[in-house]
Design a protein around this ligand. Structure first.
Ligand SMILES: [Fe+2]
Length: 250
């Protein structure tokens, strides 16, 4: 699923199909344990056990952001986001290999599954984060109205979003404005780390609150980073995600 877009129903079905392939891969595990080399190869090359090593390019000129230096943004993109992209490739390869080890205890396998969850979260949320930067920070009338209706006012929404971010200052985590496909509500979510993903939620606006997002420019002054983040929000992307998410039927 391309992260610059919210999944359409067709993409959802395609994703479900990928899930089916994953189940097929899981079924192939037992087959692998029967030492059928053909089925073992099929499992290792299944989509669920692979990840792309390609970094998604920054969708903006990092020298043009307001209050966020090019050095900071490039380092964040290359080292933190890029590091997770590379790590996810390694973890998935290790998972595929481990599935062929019939004597490997499940709890040891789950160490890798934990890392799989963490790295997937890091890659997905970083791609959303960079994708919703590079704008002028000015929300359009439609977004202000939609968000305002959900939170009582647009200022209410921004106040809560900023408050969650401030609470994460000095540590790690994410703040996400998301559309919950189950409750059909637009809400702000606190996430303590990459592994926290709100249930059934499509990210609409994502703010990285790991210290690596701002320490180079602002030291421990997280509030100044939050101000800078808001000055660079790409509201066109937020509007597109909102429209696409609300069109998804579950
Ligand atoms: Fe980050």
């Amino acid at each position: 699923m391309h992260l610059e877009t919210i999944p359409s129903r067709r993409e959802f079905i395609a994703a479900t199909a990928v899930g089916a392939v994953a189940l097929t891969a899981a079924s192939a595990v037992s087959a692998a344990n029967t030492s059928d080399p053909t089925k073992e190869t099929a499992m290792i090359t299944s989509p669920a056990f692979q990840a792309s090593d390609a970094l998604r390019p920054l969708p903006f000129d990092p020298s043009k952001l307001n209050g966020l230096s090019e050095r900071l943004v490039r380092s964040h993109w290359e080292n933190n986001y890029g590091g997770s992209v590379k790590a996810l490739v390694v973890v998935k390869k290790r998972l595929a290999d481990a599935m062929g080890e019939k004597d490997l205890p499940p709890y040891v396998y789950n160490d890798l599954k934990r890392e799989h969850l963490v790295r997937t979260g890091s890659v997905v949320f970083h791609e959303h984060y960079f994708d919703n930067l590079g704008g002028n920070g000015k929300a359009g009338a439609q977004e202000r109205q939609t968000i305002g209706q959900a939170f009582g006012s647009f200022d209410n929404w921004e106040g809560e979003f900023r408050r969650i971010g401030a609470g994460l200052g000095g540590g790690s985590g994410w703040v996400v404005l998301g559309f919950n496909l189950h409750t059909r509500q637009l809400e702000n979510y606190w996430m303590a780390d990459h592994a926290h993903g709100p249930a059934a939620t499509v990210p609409v606006l994502v703010m990285d609150m790991y210290e690596h997002s701002y320490q180079m420019d602002y030291g421990a002054a997280a509030a100044k980073y939050i101000d800078a983040f808001f000055e660079n929000v790409n509201w066109d992307r937020v509007a597109a995600r909102l429209a696409a998410a609300s069109a998804i039927k579950t």
